[in-house]
Design a protein around this ligand. Structure first.
Ligand SMILES: [Zn+2]
Length: 283
């Protein structure tokens, strides 16, 4: 069992590396990491952008998780599972929210608490940024982010706060000095705010490569979340974690399909087949 000092610096590229090539628990390999952004009320809801999920749909998703016996865990929990200080639930799942929107606090968080579930919220390090200024306003409307007090409050409720860079820059397209600043300063800022270690990083826009991952690792993070990159089996690459995108308009059925079937394999398989057919036609 790792001692406290070792736990603070717990790092490996994959779960099997943690276990010294020992047999990986199937429950760990089957973990799906879900990716949400905004949760919208009836009044705000429209079909314009994929990142906005209706609050009623979100509640349906939680009901599906409950019905099929899933237990949402956090990456912090996962560290304790890896050091065998906590027993893994029968069907673990990880619910993540990117950007730290205020609608998480107003709509998603009360529902999660009601269902006895927890999530991981990826926040921006520059606490002066009050809304999603990085998005093109013509495509994605401005929306307020959680205040410091709101972040502290959900953290106190058991939500894990992860880092989503200092100012939401595309990390594969900036200089090495900017890259280090975006990652290190985000960690420092959130750790100072929450008075805790931040273990998990989430790459803005799902943009990562080996260089970005190595700086995240060097900064002391244990996990790095991507979107489409990364192996589909959980734990094969802990600095390039694939996530299942939860989109606008997805009700209970669409959600159940993603959580209960190897949907991500079908999704990837589908795009590969399309490419192969395209190449075949063009040759
Ligand atoms: Zn983001």
């Amino acid at each position: 069992m790792a001692n406290f000092e070792e736990k603070l610096t717990l790092q490996a590229d994959s779960i099997s590396e943690y276990l010294n090539a020992g047999k990986v628990d199937k429950r760990l390999q089957d973990i799906k990491v879900l990716m949400y952004h905004r949760i919208l009320s009836e009044n705000e809801y429209d079909n314009k952008h994929w990142t906005g999920v209706h609050v009623n749909h979100f509640e349906e998703h939680l009901k599906v998780l409950e019905l099929f016996g899933f237990t949402p865990i956090t990456f912090t929990d996962l560290r304790f599972f890896l050091t065998k200080d906590l027993e893994l639930p029968r069907k673990p799942v990880i619910i993540t929210f990117d950007d730290g929107y205020k609608d998480y606090y107003d709509l998603a968080h009360p529902l999660l608490m009601q269902y006895g579930m927890r999530a991981v919220v990826f926040a921006i390090g520059d606490r002066k940024i009050r809304e999603n200024i990085w998005d093109d306003e013509n495509i994605i409307e401005r929306a307020p982010l959680m205040t410091d007090e709101e972040l502290i409050s959900i953290f106190d409720d058991g939500v894990e706060i992860g880092a989503h860079s200092y100012s939401h820059k595309p990390l594969t397209k900036i200089t090495p000095a900017e890259l280090e600043a975006e990652i290190f300063e985000c960690k420092d800022s959130l750790e100072e705010l929450l008075e805790t270690d931040i273990h998990t990083f989430c790459y803005p826009y799902g943009l990562d490569n080996e260089e970005v991952q190595s700086v995240v690792k060097k900064s002391g993070f244990t996990f790095g979340c991507s979107v489409y990159n990364g192996p589909l089996q959980f734990g094969d690459s802990l600095f390039c974690i694939h996530r299942v995108t939860i989109k606008n308009g997805m009700g209970a059925l669409g959600f159940a399909l993603r959580i209960l079937t190897p949907y991500e394999y079908l999704e990837l398989g589908g795009s590969k087949v399309k490419k192969m057919i395209k190449n075949l036609i063009n040759t």
